[in-house]
Write a protein that binds this ligand. Structure first.
Ligand code: MTE
Length: 320
């Protein structure tokens, strides 16, 4: 006698459980969304180009935004680098949904007059949010255009009162080994650490970022808050911040420690200085199609008018 029981394969065995859980969560969200929107919402909620997640709106800041067409929601939220969750571009969207996001606080200390620990709601309310459409150029020679939501990091740094010793800012990001498969594999020296010189951190383009596309940041993009530094290679834009420290000495960042010849402290987008293993002269815009011509990468990712003066007199081959 045949039973159907033996042929039943639970979905959790076909797909890795975390991928399956992520997908199930997405479907639940989509279902909730369509209930709220009514029948007309059904098609929209099922369309993976439609942003999902809690709404976070802000007026467009045209002064600091490119007029290039932003990438779609799907590219931005499924083609990611977040090594805590693995090295594959799809790993963050598959696994990051398991990160614990509440409660969330960021400690700001070091060379400051007023060290403080602020929770995510305090941080979000600290200054008016703006939408900034930035180009993001990854060191792996691909790029996207992304409508971020946040405010200049300088607003927060002014609150803590930097002392004259504050010459560098160090960002440390969340470490939750139980839900971060990449951390267990030891790809980098964790927690992920990045840094900026104080004048870079105070530049109005440097965005403390809480959202994207009119929604709160999805986990894979660095929820609940990250930094975005658009004239530098993407790895400088640390995700899921928990600690901001001001200090007199330049930090040794995670990538510098992993491969000092390949990743420098400055990491300004520079088509004239190749990565030791590949050219940085051109880039592939994600979503533009396989046969689309590669774009010429611009110095400082096209933000030279705004930031080149920060590096006057410096040899940018030495300080890569
Ligand atoms: N932040 C953390 N904590 N861990 C990471 O692995 N990857 C960086 C950066 N921030 C990374 C990180 C790299 S290499 C890039 S290109 C950008 O995040 C990618 O951001 P996105 O996935 O939102 O496009």
């Amino acid at each position: 006698m045949r039973t159907t029981q033996g042929s039943f394969i639970p979905p959790s065995e076909i797909t890795p459980e975390s991928v399956w859980i992520g997908r199930r969560r997405w479907l639940q969200q989509a279902a909730l969304g369509s209930l709220a929107l009514g029948a007309a919402g059904l098609a929209r909620a099922a369309d993976d180009e439609s942003p999902v997640g809690p709404v976070l709106k802000a007026p467009l800041d045209a002064r600091w935004s490119t007029t290039e067409k932003p990438n779609g929601w799907r590219d931005i939220t499924t083609y990611n680098n977040f090594y805590e969750f693995g090295t594959g571009k799809g790993d963050p969207s598959a696994h990051a949904g398991r990160m614990a996001l509440q409660p969330w606080a960021v400690k700001i200390d070091g060379a400051v007059q007023h060290p403080m620990t602020l929770d995510i709601d305090d941080l979000r309310r600290l200054a008016p949010l703006e939408e900034r459409i930035y180009r993001l150029r990854c060191v792996e020679a691909w790029s996207m255009v992304i409508p971020w939501i946040g405010y200049s990091l300088s607003h927060l740094l002014k609150q803590v009162g930097p002392t004259p010793d504050a010459r560098y800012v160090v960002f440390t990001t969340a470490l939750q080994p139980d839900v971060m498969p990449g951390v267990r594999q030891g790809i980098l020296d964790w927690p992920y650490t990045e840094g900026l010189r104080m004048d870079e951190a105070m530049h109005p383009l440097t965005l403390l970022t809480f959202g994207v596309y009119g929604r709160e940041l999805p986990a894979q993009n660095g929820a609940p808050l990250r930094v975005i530094v658009p004239w530098k290679y993407g790895f400088k834009s640390a995700k899921s911040l928990v600690h901001i420290r001001l200090q007199s000495e330049p930090p040794v960042t995670s990538w510098m420690r992993a491969a000092p010849r390949e990743y420098g402290f400055y990491a300004n987008v520079n088509p004239a200085v190749p990565h030791p293993r590949w050219s940085q002269a051109t880039e592939q815009r994600i979503g533009s199609g396989f046969f689309a011509p590669r774009l010429q990468t611009r110095p400082f990712n096209g933000y030279a008018d705004e930031v080149a003066a920060l590096y006057a007199g410096m040899d940018l081959r030495q300080n890569f």
